[in-house]
Design a protein around this ligand. Structure first.
Ligand code: GPW
Length: 835
């Protein structure tokens, strides 16, 4: 900290202290100044929001100093830049995170206290930017934190949705959606860069002609042109000066619009067109792992990709470099196929706008892009109806045809004319209607392809992308996901952070492998007591939150069984609730049964159009209503559905978990990242051999992990042989009883229609093999309950989980991306700006 202060420009250090100083006095002065000069208030009439804003601007000033220095240094030093293209960023609140990364949490706590206000009260005021659905968007946010912390020059590009992921309420047990108007009170963390804007064409048709030099040319006449305006948010690394940019695009009507409307005199039409333009960045699509083929979604993808590429090319050319060398200055990572249209757009820019020959353009493109795949679910692999695609991007359709023609020419030779292989590799799918396969476009146009966990990458190679792997094995690698310990430990679990640091110092925060040193204390009774003491305190905090939000009183001594993530059949929240019902029935059958008291905590949003997921939420709440209020249960079981799962709520839930529920059908969850956050916070995992669970179990040790269920291989085999769920239903009495109760209306005031679809689906289809894994799950849960009773041994297992989670820092993931894929080096940023 002292070093930072020393390097503040001398001529500014006195007068600018209120803008850059990190001492309690300087911070107090800054907050007070902002209250007056930004909010226009004096303390007696200032609202909570006024104070929040004043503090946020004080923190932003300190970021700006580092941000400007970072940008200047990147450009002056002509450093290679990583560009992360993602349709989602699930950032979570900025303020507390920035305080931690600046290293001034304590100072600000004191400063606010001396001003007579409580810091937590202000932190809770922040509305989080929910610009993502779940794991994919949150991963992008963790990666932005790690890129900055590792001092890697990087820009994150995305969309500034006016409405992020909907807010979830539970009414009468059902999910009800409300819009997320996150910008309502303004956003102190972004800077609008009105001067940074680009035009993006949509629709229309393409003219072809031969120019004066005899060159074949294409001219795209759009139906509509929209403008993208840059909104920048600084992303500061942990205790470094590096501050990268998250650049999100807002869509607007271009200036020429006013002119057109004026001339044509058609005012209504002009206003409508303006609305059409603004609609593009209006709202985040709330679907996770499903594609719906909506025109607006394609427009969103193309809109942000085109703005981003134009922006990068601008940066590149301003450095005086040749367009042919674009790939020297930029490495672009595609976060799944959502931004994969970038490959065609790059070709359009290079060929149509910058006059490169096709082969030169293709060389630049295929040396620039790298593609991360995040799913094996067939319904999540993006395709676009060819006609729809052509109506939005007529020029890109031509370019994709040409990319595909040249590509298939090469491929045909390599696969000796094998038609099955050619069809599977083709970017264009044939059938009653033709369609564009975005994953194939991404694979063809990228120099690297990666999965997000070891098992996932293996399955990609052997199933979904098998023919691609045969064609170009050198492109493939695995990059197991990670999460940032700054947000998911330091910020969300400050007590555990202090306890850890009291034993091994603080450098684990940047070098998570150092948590290993905790192993030495795993058997230490005093440490075990302190460890479980922190857990207990975090559980009590969660108890209060749950009481406030749901009115349900829960017991902090009970086992907290935590299942939090998007609601999806493959994640099997219904397997969990079947277990709850089985335990409930055991109590009903024998009210004096010895049973470990448990609290089942669920949270997660269902896509608004996903009927089965919404029904699962209703089922959880219905079972809860019966179980929670049955006097025979004597509070030994409680079922809680925590509403509106988001980053802020996750930060309260993870530290309080005893058991982490990771029970997806093996082979379906690409990685999972909640599994990492929970284990890092000392929860033990009960899980299948799926996604990153496999690697978590490997590092924590099989004796510290509750494993159950079919393996991915067994799942595939069973499916092939013909899976009959009904047989499992008949075989297991507890399972049969639970399903019969659901069907008969036992949990729904005798309404036997509500859950019919869910029950029929389980009995006659069960695509995610819930019934096949039920017995194994229940047995494994018995082991977990037994283990929970042995407090000392549980404490040890919990400590060892945290101690061995070093691998799952997103710093490790990002380091691998930097070394193996992007080939970028870190650049340390200094604050002594010379002018
Ligand atoms: F379908 N994931 C997600 F692959 O959260 F695009 N949303 C998505 O739309 C997709 C993937 C997509 C998740 C995976 O389900 C999860 O297993 C993984 O940990 C996460 O992406 C980050 O890689």
């Amino acid at each position: 900290k002292e070093k930072l202060e020393d390097s503040t420009p001398k001529q500014l250090s006195q007068s600018e202290d209120a803008r850059t100083g990190l001492s309690v006095e300087a911070l107090k002065k800054a907050i007070f100044n902002n209250l007056f000069y930004v909010q226009g208030k004096y303390p007696e009439i200032a609202t909570r929001n006024d104070y929040y804003m004043s503090l946020a601007y004080a923190v932003r000033d300190r970021l700006l100093q580092r941000w400007v220095a970072s940008v200047k240094q990147y450009l002056d030093g002509r450093h290679r830049i990583v560009s992360y293209l993602s349709a989602e960023y699930l950032l979570g609140p900025h303020l507390a995170n920035n305080l931690i990364n600046l290293g001034i949490y304590k100072e600000v706590e004191q400063a606010t206290q001396e001003l007579g206000i409580n810091l937590q009260w202000l932190l809770d005021k922040e509305v989080e930017p929910g610009l993502g659905n779940g794991g994919l968007g949150r991963l992008a946010a963790c990666y932005m934190d790690s890129l900055a912390t590792l001092e890697v020059p990087a820009i994150g590009y995305g969309i500034r949705y006016q409405f992020g992921i909907f807010e979830q309420e539970i009414r009468n047990g059902w999910q009800v959606e409300d819009t997320d108007n996150w910008l309502r009170r303004g956003n102190p963390w972004e800077i609008a860069r009105r001067e940074l804007n680009y035009e993006v064409k949509l629709g229309g048709y393409v003219q072809h002609y031969i120019d004066r030099d005899g060159k074949f040319r294409s001219n795209w006449i759009p139906e509509l042109t929209v403008k993208g305006v840059a909104y920048d948010t600084p992303i500061l690394g942990y205790k470094v000066n590096t501050t990268n940019t998250l650049r999100l695009w807002k869509s607007e009507a271009p200036k020429s619009f006013d002119f057109q409307s004026f001339n044509s005199g058609n005012y209504n039409n002009a206003v409508n067109q303006k609305i059409v333009c603004e609609n593009i960045s209006k709202v985040l699509y709330p679907n996770d792992e499903t594609v719906s083929g909506k025109i607006l979604r394609l427009q969103q993808q193309y809109f942000f990709v085109s703005c981003s590429l134009q922006d990068m090319i601008g940066i590149h050319l301003r450095q005086g470099d040749k367009i042919e060398d674009f790939n020297v200055n930029f490495a672009i990572q595609l976060n799944d196929t959502h931004p994969a249209i970038a490959i065609a757009e790059m070709m359009r820019l290079l060929v149509d706008e910058y006059d490169l020959e096709w082969v030169d353009a293709w060389r630049v493109t295929t040396r620039t892009f790298a593609y991360t795949n995040h799913t094996l679910l067939p319904e999540a692999l993006e395709t676009w109806d060819l006609e729809l695609f052509g109506s939005v991007l007529p020029r890109h359709l031509e370019l994709i045809y040409e990319i595909n023609r040249r590509f298939l020419d090469e491929v045909t030779i390599k696969v000796f004319g094998n038609n099955n292989k050619i069809n599977s590799l083709s970017i264009i799918g044939e059938g009653p209607r033709k369609f564009i396969k975005m994953a194939n476009l991404a694979c063809a146009g990228s120099f690297a392809i990666n999965g997000v966990a070891a098992l996932h990458t293996d399955l990609l190679k052997s199933t979904v992308l098998k023919d691609w792997y045969a064609l170009c094995p050198e492109k493939f690698s695995n990059k197991t996901n990670g999460v940032t310990p700054r947000r998911w430990l330091v910020l969300s679990n400050p007590k555990l952070t202090s306890l850890i640091s009291s034993k091994i110092g603080e450098s684990w925060i940047k070098h998570l492998e150092e948590l290993k040193q905790l192993e030495a204390f795993a058997d230490d009774p005093e440490f075990q007591l302190a460890w479980m003491g922190v857990k207990y305190e975090m559980k009590k905090i969660l108890c209060n939150r749950i009481l406030n939000k749901t009115g349900i009183k829960i017991n902090p001594d009970s086992l907290f069984d935590v299942h939090v993530k998007r609601i999806h059949e493959y994640k099997r929240q219904h397997l969990n609730i079947l277990h709850v019902i089985a335990l409930y029935n055991r109590i009903k059958k024998n009210p004096d049964i010895e049973i470990v008291p448990r609290t089942f905590i669920y949270a997660g949003k269902a896509a608004p159009g996903y009927k089965m997921a919404k029904l699962i939420i209703k089922l959880i709440n219905s079972v809860g209503e019966i179980v929670n209020n049955d006097p025979d249960v004597r509070d030994r079981l409680k079922v809680v559905f925590y509403p509106n799962y988001n980053v802020s709520n996750a930060q309260v839930i993870y530290p309080a978990a005893d058991l982490s529920i990771q029970i997806s059908t093996a082979g379906k969850e690409a990685s999972g990242t909640g599994n990492m956050k929970l284990s890092m916070n000392g929860a033990l995992t009960i899980g299948t051999l799926d996604g990153a669970n496999v690697e978590i179990r490997e590092v924590v040790g099989e004796e510290n992990f509750f494993l159950f269920g079919l393996t991915a291989e067994e799942v595939a085999k069973k499916k092939k042989e013909g899976y009959n769920p009904y047989g499992y239903y008949l075989e297991n009495e507890e399972l049969k009883m639970a399903i019969d109760q659901i069907a008969s209306g036992y949990f729904s005031h005798l309404d036997d229609t509500i859950f019919k679809d869910l029950v029929d689906n389980l009995l006659y289809h069960d695509p995610f093999m819930v019934l096949a894994d039920f017995t194994s799950y229940v047995t494994c849960q018995e082991k977990a309950a037994l283990a929970f009773q042995d407090k000392k041994s549980w404490a040890k297992m919990s400590i060892l989980n945290t101690a061995r989670m070093g691998k799952f820092s997103s710093d490790r993931s990002i380091r691998e991306y930097c070394d193996d894929i992007w080939k970028v080096k870190s650049v340390s940023v200094h604050l002594d700006v010379k002018d």
